[in-house]
Design a protein around this ligand. Structure first.
Ligand SMILES: *[C@@H]1O[C@H](CO)[C@@H](O)[C@H](O)[C@H]1NC(C)=O
Ligand SMILES: *[C@@H]1O[C@H](CO)[C@@H](O)[C@H](O)[C@H]1NC(C)=O
Length: 237
């Protein structure tokens, strides 16, 4: 009896010690994860290939080269990008027939993915009908270059709207949210830089909870996955 009591006590003491050790271990793993992520976040700039200023110039030359012709602007953008960036540095999807619906934040349009990697994406997004919704709160900076039409936006506290017209760029810094409206028909070249995979839940939420458009979901995952992997394979993170 006595022996077993003693051994029980020992066991209890040991498991208390183990409990502490386990939690210290968990805390130190958490600390290391946080340190790793903040380090990655601090150095992510080195993986960026595209330049927001260059892209805005490109949007403007595309508009000037093909006035009133959205397809012409897109083809101008593609020709320039494929001439500017070697295929060894970045993967560009030149299949401009590869359009998919995009439902997010209550807004709806179509997108063509020109580039997608872990830290950047470049798409053509818009609709000839107009749409309106929540921009989402993203883990990336978003440069929305208007090609055709107008985009309107506001955030709580503003009593007047912001208005973006062709050639202008609407910068949405990471963490910011607005209501936006693509008034009537509007097309834009959207460039995002930051942590792209963390933006995907917002990109899929409307499909999963509302449209249940499985072919679109499938194609979006297929195209984005293919582009991200293709970029990883040439070392573009
Ligand atoms: C691409 O567009 C930029 C911006 O308009 C321009 O400076 C550059 O010369 C163009 N490059 C090619 C290869 O057309
Ligand atoms: C643009 O094209 C549309 C349809 O072809 C036409 O109605 C409109 O007048 C054109 N606008 C300009 C500025 O050329």
């Amino acid at each position: 009896m006595t022996v077993s009591k003693t051994s029980n006590k020992t066991v209890t003491k040991n498991s208390e010690g183990n409990w502490l050790v386990t939690w210290l271990r968990r805390l130190s793993i958490l600390g290391m994860l946080i340190a790793t992520f903040s380090w990655l976040d601090a150095i992510k700039d080195r993986w960026y290939v595209f330049d927001p200023v260059f892209l805005n110039q490109l949007a403007n030359t595309a508009i000037a080269a093909s006035p009133n012709n959205t397809a012409g602007m897109i083809s101008h953008i593609l020709t320039n990008l494929t001439q500017t960036y070697p295929t060894s540095v970045v993967r560009i999807n030149t299949d401009s027939d590869e359009w998919v619906f995009n439902n997010a934040g209550g807004a709806m349009g179509a997108m063509y993915v020109i580039h997608a990697s872990i830290t950047e994406y470049l798409i053509i997004f818009g609709t000839p009908l107009g749409t309106e919704g929540h921009t989402g709160i993203h883990t990336a900076d978003d440069y929305f270059n208007i090609l055709v039409g107008e985009q309107w936006a506001f955030k709580p506290g503003q009593l007047e709207m912001e208005k973006y017209t062709p050639g202008m760029v609407h910068l949405m810094p990471r963490g910011v949210a607005k209501q936006y409206k693509m008034h009537e028909g509007c097309w834009a070249m959207e460039y995002a830089r930051g942590w792209i995979p963390l933006m995907l839940p917002f990109g899929f939420a409307d499909t999963l909870t509302s449209t249940l458009d499985v072919p679109t979901l499938y194609n979006t995952v297929r195209i984005s996955g293919r582009e991200m992997l293709g970029n990883l394979m040439i070392g573009k993170i």
